[in-house]
Ligand binder design. Structure first.
Ligand SMILES: CC(C)(COP(=O)(O)OP(=O)(O)OC[C@H]1O[C@@H](n2cnc3c(N)ncnc32)[C@H](O)[C@@H]1OP(=O)(O)O)[C@@H](O)C(=O)NCCC(=O)NCCS
Length: 208
């Protein structure tokens, strides 16, 4: 019986076809969040290098609106790590700050800010008091490094006291760690009554 020769592979040696639908490029591994933070903040780095171009006494203080969220987040991100810890009790990342202020109940919070051009150099955040403490507002202050020690924190705190104690007729309360000397000294200077509780100080400014 005649033997049948094996068939030659007709595609042997032919160029490999090109896949018309190549796999999509693999996403890049997640980068270290600070690299992203660095890019976001790059236009603002110069703020830390120069002394204030405008006298702190002349910087106007105004109420902030929800449209200022971006400026607010950048303000908190530009605080030094130690100042951010003093302010939030944790060195919040950029994305945590962004989440906090994009999901904030703007109906119950108030913000006062000192603005120089498109920058907030100081912010007073006025939150509702934690549950069970009663009516009133909790104050948290922050001033960008180059603007500290120029009197702006004191002006902002006085503006917050006028707004809450005089206009809203509510007590203003400040919770602060005893080792935060600048804030403790400022609160004492403005006449707050100090109570020590659970390792923290609280300063109360009564309604006018
Ligand atoms: C606390 C803070 C708001 C003060 O703002 P500031 O603009 O530097 O303060 P001012 O220049 O208006 O100073 C007002 C008073 O505060 C006190 N003070 C401010 N800086 C101080 C410092 N380094 N050491 C001691 N007291 C200080 C002083 O009593 C000062 O008055 P005086 O100069 O007559 O003695 C600012 O240091 C800051 O943003 N810190 C980081 C965030 C923070 O800790 N927030 C408080 C958490 S609620």
């Amino acid at each position: 019986m005649a033997q049948i020769a094996p068939l030659a592979d007709p595609l042997a040696g032919a160029p490999r076809p090109v896949d018309p639908l190549p796999d999509p490029a693999r996403p890049r591994a997640r980068r270290w969040p600070h690299a992203r933070l660095g890019r976001v903040l790059a236009p603002f780095w110069h703020l830390g290098d120069h002394p204030p171009a405008q006298s702190a006494g002349a910087v106007p203080i105004n109420a902030l609106a929800p449209s200022d969220i971006g400026l607010l987040i950048v303000h908190y991100a530009l605080l030094g790590a130690e100042d951010r810890k003093a302010r939030f009790r944790s060195n919040l990342s950029f994305s945590a700050l962004s989440h906090r202020y994009h999901t904030l109940d703007w109906g119950s919070f108030r913000f006062l800010g000192a603005r120089v051009g498109q920058r907030l150099v100081a912010v007073a955040e006025l939150a509702p008091l934690p549950d069970g403490i009663g009516p009133g507002r909790e104050l948290a202050l922050s001033v960008l490094g180059p603007w500290q020690h120029s009197g702006i924190g004191e002006r902002l705190m006085q503006a917050a006291m006028r707004f809450v104690c005089t206009e809203e007729r509510q007590p203003l309360v400040l919770f602060v760690r005893p080792d935060n000397k600048p804030m403790v000294r400022l609160a004492r200077k403005l006449g707050g009554a100090c109570q020590a509780e659970n390792g923290d100080y609280s300063f109360v400014f009564p309604a006018a």
